[in-house]
Design a protein around this ligand. Structure first.
Ligand SMILES: Cc1cc2nc3c(=O)[nH]c(=O)nc-3n(C[C@H](O)[C@H](O)[C@H](O)COP(=O)(O)OP(=O)(O)OC[C@H]3O[C@@H](n4cnc5c(N)ncnc54)[C@H](O)[C@@H]3O)c2cc1C
Length: 478
């Protein structure tokens, strides 16, 4: 099959017939819905860049599994070079789309399953790794996109899955048949599920012995019977429906809630079923990979915010203001620290028993804590540099209104030589960068809540070696 073009990717989605709802209506045409199309275009950029001469070397490599060129978004890492490329492709694509491109979660699932299915098979003699490898070949040969179905709705957070009054609060197996399993539950915040060919499900947390039915992982096509996508709201979403005041005129992000209403999964698509002790390994591996992907991506988004701030300084006549330059420097160092931390987690990666490579968990989680706080600070700095029209710019419909349009354009003019229309467009972009909730809130909660990052750092850090170093210096012998 080979590498898909962006157009082929979009046409391949057209062939799928998922059950989807938005604003209370059943959707019949996903691809041409302007709200969803903006998300599909963002994922489409991962296909587009793979065909652009300047990005091809970064985005495309040969898969040893199928001996063909593949998009790196379908390649579980098998070397430090692959781990490094993960960060670089995410920064590059985010730099191009300035929002979430939505394809990293699928790669993070593939990277996790390549390691953990092997480990489960080693202990139990199961054939999950064989199932996974066949699935991976299919993903690579057809250049497909997958979504990560990880976050369960979770009901009462103080209770384990089996303790919930409603047992469906965590996705679980409700029936085992000769030909497969039937699952029920719901996954929340499913970034780009309708831009994906496949939904990969992993458990959302560590599981105890009584949670056997909840320790389940599998992949199914996004239009499988019983699967219902309900697209969530995001600030500014009506702008895309309306076709007005869009800001980032090409790309956007959406996150459905995904209901699994007794969905059948054939055995050859199951990657874990009941091996509770491996649920935590899956969660740690996936979330670390994903937190690192975030850092690569968000450093690319800050690049776009820096470009927006600098351009508006030019348009506003403030490009020589020293305090604004300092603020831009503060944005740059935040992007580069984030990028550096993600790269470091790749360079410190280690080979796993399956032969695949895994990043350094502590550095990956440190990068996510940095992102959660510092992206908000970068947005604050961008808004400070750009000015108040990030908040309340009149609509394009007012600018084109014959009664007031001329007056508005007169009063919104910045420096001479820059068309007022350009200044208006740049403010609209700044608004989108700062206020698109589906993207900016993922800086905090994407890949797990901030506390999850902190807990992982403490658990994975070599605490004893630090105490030993301190005791040696103080002359204490235990
Ligand atoms: C924009 C966006 C995109 C996302 N994309 C995806 C995706 O593609 N796929 C996917 O699977 N997930 C996705 N997520 C989900 C993300 O991983 C979760 O939002 C995150 O794990 C937090 O879970 P929650 O939203 O259920 O909040 P909660 O778990 O309810 O957390 C809220 C707060 O309560 C705390 N808390 C929760 N439980 C406990 C407890 N037992 N004890 C103490 N404190 C607790 C948390 O630390 C947090 O501070 C996305 C999220 C967002 C916002």
């Amino acid at each position: 099959m080979g590498l898909k073009t962006k157009e082929e990717y979009i046409e391949s989605l057209r062939a799928l017939k998922p059950t989807a709802y938005m604003f209370g209506q059943r959707l019949t045409n996903i691809v041409d819905n302007p709200r969803l199309r903006a998300g599909i275009e963002a994922t489409g950029a991962t296909y587009e860049l793979a065909h652009m001469p300047e990005y091809r070397d970064l985005m495309v490599t040969v898969s040893p599994l199928i001996n063909e060129e593949v998009n790196r978004f379908t390649l579980p890492p098998s070397s430090i070079e692959d781990l490094v490329a993960r960060v670089k492709i995410n920064r590059k694509v985010a730099n191009y789309v300035a929002t979430c491109h939505q394809r990293c979660t699928g790669l993070d699932c593939l990277s996790t399953l390549a390691i953990v299915t092997y480990d489960i098979d080693q202990k139990y003699g199961t054939s999950y790794n064989k199932n996974f490898i066949e699935f991976l070949k299919y993903m690579q040969k057809n250049d497909l996109t997958a979504n990560a179905g990880v976050t369960d709705v979770k009901g009462d957070r103080s209770l384990a899955p089996h303790e919930q009054p409603d047992k469906d609060m965590f996705l679980h197996v409700v029936e085992k048949r000769d030909d497969g399993i039937v699952v029920r539950g719901a996954k929340a915040h499913q970034t780009g599920s309708l831009s994906s060919h496949e939904i990969i499900v992993l458990p959302t947390r560590a599981m105890g012995k009584n949670d056997k039915d909840y320790a389940v992982s599998f992949a199914i096509p996004s239009d499988t019977e019983g699967l219902i996508h309900v697209v969530g709201r995001s600030t500014l979403d009506m702008r895309e429906i309306d076709g007005c005041d869009i800001g980032n005129i090409y790309y956007s992000k959406y996150c459905p809630t995904l209901i699994f209403n007794d969905v059948f999964v054939p055995w050859n698509r199951v990657f874990m079923c009941g091996e509770t002790e491996f649920a935590s390994e899956m969660v740690i591996k996936f979330s670390s990979f994903h937190r690192q992907s975030h850092g690569g991506c968000k450093s690319g988004k800050i690049d776009c915010m820096i470009g927006t701030a600098l351009t508006l300084m030019d348009y506003n006549g403030t490009s020589k203001a020293g305090h604004l330059k300092q603020k831009v420097i503060d944005m740059i160092h935040r992007a580069e620290t984030l990028y550096g931390c993600c790269l470091a987690s790749s360079y410190e990666g280690k080979k796993q028993p399956s032969g695949n490579y895994f990043i350094d968990t502590v550095l990956a989680n440190a990068s996510k804590i940095h992102e959660g706080k510092e992206l908000a600070e970068a947005i604050r700095l961008m808004v400070d540099v750009c000015g108040g029209f990030v908040a309340d710019l009149p609509s394009d419909r007012d600018f084109s209104n014959p009664e007031i349009g001329g007056l508005l354009k007169k009063y919104l003019k910045g420096v001479d030589g820059v068309p007022v229309e350009n200044r208006i467009k740049m403010y609209r972009l700044a608004e989108k960068l700062a206020l698109e909730s589906a993207d900016t809130i993922s800086d905090i909660h994407g890949g797990g809540s901030p506390e999850a990052h902190r807990v992982t750092i403490f658990r994975e850090t070599d605490i004893e070696s630090k105490k030993k170093a301190a005791k040696r210096l103080a002359g204490i012998k235990d």
